[in-house]
Design a protein around this ligand. Structure first.
Ligand code: FES
Ligand code: FES
Length: 156
């Protein structure tokens, strides 16, 4: 398979890598950079487990090619906490509200929620449900996730 060199900034760090042109951004993050916080669920754009921010916008990294991220800024769950390890307000709120159970959906939820709060700093529960509808959670019933995002919005 043909390869291309890409330059991509992930969690503030610049990487130059040769990648196969059919490699997804999800595979790139997990297999090339060993950032395994981003999860692979359906691999077809339905579950939101692989959500990361690309230039501040939430995208399903299973549907984007690594070569398409050339020149982009990518944020994964590993980049949410501060360098000193202080949790992001959303991470604290998810813990406080009991919104993490098996945790499989959580990295994608956190990035989706960050994009939501960047857009609507003080959302209503209905707005949260609508904006987060591309994220599937098989454990929580969603109420605690909505509660967590509301809680974080009070701290932002
Ligand atoms: S793994 Fe990408 S949306 Fe499900
Ligand atoms: S906490 Fe298990 S899938 Fe959401």
């Amino acid at each position: 398979m043909r390869q291309e060199t890409i330059q991509v900034t992930v969690n503030g760090q610049i990487y130059f890598k040769n990648v196969e042109v059919n490699m997804t951004l999800l595979e790139f993050l997990r297999e090339e950079l060993h950032l395994t916080g981003t999860k692979q669920g359906c691999n077809e754009g339905e579950c939101g487990a692989c959500t990361v921010l690309v230039n501040g916008k939430p995208i399903n990294s299973c549907l984007m090619l690594a070569v398409e991220a050339h020149g982009a800024q990518v944020l994964t769950v590993e980049g949410l906490a501060s360098e000193e390890g202080t949790l992001h307000p959303l991470q604290e709120a998810f813990l406080q509200a009991g919104a993490v159970q098996c945790g499989f959906c959580t990295p994608g939820m956190l990035l989706g929620a960050k994009a939501l709060l960047d857009k609507y700093p003080h959302p209503t529960p209905a707005q949260i449900r609508k904006e987060m509808e591309g994220h599937i959670c098989r454990c929580t019933g969603y109420k605690r996730i909505v509660d967590a995002i509301m809680l974080a919005s009070e701290k932002f």
